[in-house]
Design a protein around this ligand. Structure first.
Ligand SMILES: CC(C)(COP(=O)(O)OP(=O)(O)OC[C@H]1O[C@@H](n2cnc3c(N)ncnc32)[C@H](O)[C@@H]1OP(=O)(O)O)[C@@H](O)C(=O)NCCC(=O)NCCS
Length: 187
């Protein structure tokens, strides 16, 4: 199957308030090892909030599925920094398109020591832009009821929160991508 062209228009660079340079770019198959290290180094709580079950590291087939993507049915943007000459992954936001082709489910995570710096906000805004540009109208995610940081982020990004019928431990956050992103400190 021919490879989908790399969506280089989604590459973005910015500087955090503390001066660190961050690059957001679509993930590549060659990023398997930095994605593996990123998930392995997450705290137990962050991994639980991201995957909604206890897991220590991703198995090989999941890592391949997460990194070798077609940028069509699946999109993933990673945030990377340079540390001691090596590229280190500090965040990821991804979506998978649903069967209608007009809806998608997202997930996002930022390395524990890089949280609270605005990285998830930047990743999510770029991910929402990518989805909108590909004709996707609705984005949803499933959030553990105790994940206050994610609810605050979702709220700042214009998502509304709904109960999940049949699962009291989760809430659904959902957003119509055709509505503009609210202006905020997450610019
Ligand atoms: C939730 C998570 C992705 C947020 O990442 P982050 O990079 O720290 O978020 P940001 O710094 O971009 O925060 C953006 C906004 O979200 C809100 N926010 C994020 N974390 C918050 C927290 N712990 N408490 C309150 N507000 C918070 C704030 O409104 C913030 O805006 P501000 O910068 O103006 O204060 C991160 O904590 C994480 O990776 N958690 C573990 C994995 C997870 O829960 N994933 C969600 C599964 S869908």
């Amino acid at each position: 199957m021919p490879q989908k062209p790399y969506p280089a228009e989604l590459v973005e660079q910015f500087t955090l308030r503390d001066g660190a340079r961050v690059t957001i770019r679509p993930i590549r198959a060659q990023d398997l090892e930095i994605e593996r290290a990123f998930v392995r180094d997450m705290s137990v709580e962050s991994r639980y909030f991201r995957f909604l079950h206890t897991l220590r590291q991703l198995d090989e087939s999941t890592l391949i599925r997460f990194t070798d993507i077609d940028y069509d049915g699946q999109m993933a943007l990673i945030a990377v920094v340079c540390e001691n000459g090596f590229e280190v992954q500090v965040g990821v936001a991804r979506y998978a398109v649903g069967s209608s082709g007009r809806d998608c489910e997202f997930a996002v995570a930022v390395a524990d020591c890089w949280q609270g710096k605005g990285i998830a906000g930047r990743l999510m805004r770029q991910l929402m832009r990518a989805a909108r540009d590909r004709g996707i109208e609705t984005m949803e995610g499933f959030v553990h009821y105790g994940n206050h940081g994610m609810f605050a982020l979702a709220d700042a990004l214009g998502f509304r929160t709904e109960p999940m019928p049949g699962d009291v431990s989760l809430r659904r956050v959902v957003r119509d991508l055709r509505e503009s992103v609210p202006a905020s400190s997450l610019a």
